[in-house]
Design a protein around this ligand. Sequence first.
Ligand code: ZN
Length: 371
Amino acid sequence: MKYCKKCVQPDTRPGLKFDSKGVCLPCNFAVQAEGIDWEERLSELKEIAEFGKQRNSFGYDCIVGVSGGKDSTRQAMYVRDELGMNPLLVSLNYPPEEITELGVVNISNMISLGFDCISISPNSQIWRGLMREGFFRHGNIFKASEMALYASAPRVAIAYHIPLIFLGENPAISYGALEIGSVSGDANRMKHANTLKGGPEAVLPENATEKDLFWYRFPDDEEMGMASIKMVFLGYYIKDFNNYKNAEFAIEHGLKIRNEPSEDIGDIDGFDALDDDFVIVNQVLKHLKFGFGKVTDNSCEAIRLGIMTRNEAIENVKKYDAKCADIYIKKLCHYLEITEEKFWEVAESFRNKEIWDKNKSGEWVLKCPLE
Ligand SMILES: [Zn+2]
């Protein structure tokens, strides 16, 4: 395990590449970004907006998938107020057992800002089955829910004849996830992302059949082609589209963020995944498999933005990365209908022994800690 010389990104992140100087791809993109002609990008974006407006057949120019969080608040308001579009918001809701109070407050805030919003609430029992299978088979509780988050907007776009879908950041630029193909604004290859591979069939539980998977399955190429839907990363076109700026903007417009201690939620910023506590547990699983969690992710971005030094990041990662209070493990176990013993047994089975070793006191430690 080695780390980027500029940020704190480890090479265990799936798909991430380092250059010969030991610098990660997103850090190199950040340097290249200084030479971007943002005026040119804006005019490209305005052409895309025009595409949506001209093909509007029933009233909506585009779809913005929303959770009510910082990114979706910024996206929806940008599309409406800066591009003069009439967006339909699509919210794929977590089940009642999963969504947080904060999530409910924030999606309500979003609608009160003056938008039409379609809420989709998939069957909680099927959702649970898919989450259990994702956990048992892949050590990833979000395999199916990420599919639903991506698939729901195109599903609604096809049903309502809406020509354009805006997504937020391009993961190829932010995380070096190059499998999605392009370092551009085009999001049509998003379905090739690692997390979406295999489709929902890969985690099909016993209590479900193929017909239960409508909201989880990305429309096939033929369906997408017939509807000639364009999917675009809005973040690619906006210079200051990043977690910190989006949070600041959204808070000004009523977003409520977390105030739990960093050591309970493995997060130093408190503005991520506001609608879902299971994310906190999933960071624990990610840490076992890849040796890093959310504090690493956010610190990398903060370093690139010049608001955190590498040394501060190292300190934060050591103190808080993948920390998770018992209450969140209990909440997840209760939903998945498993015991905490079972949770840890399965979680430990995914611990990557190539990067973890036991020290003299018998505790698991990373063989190559960040320094
Ligand atoms: Zn880096």
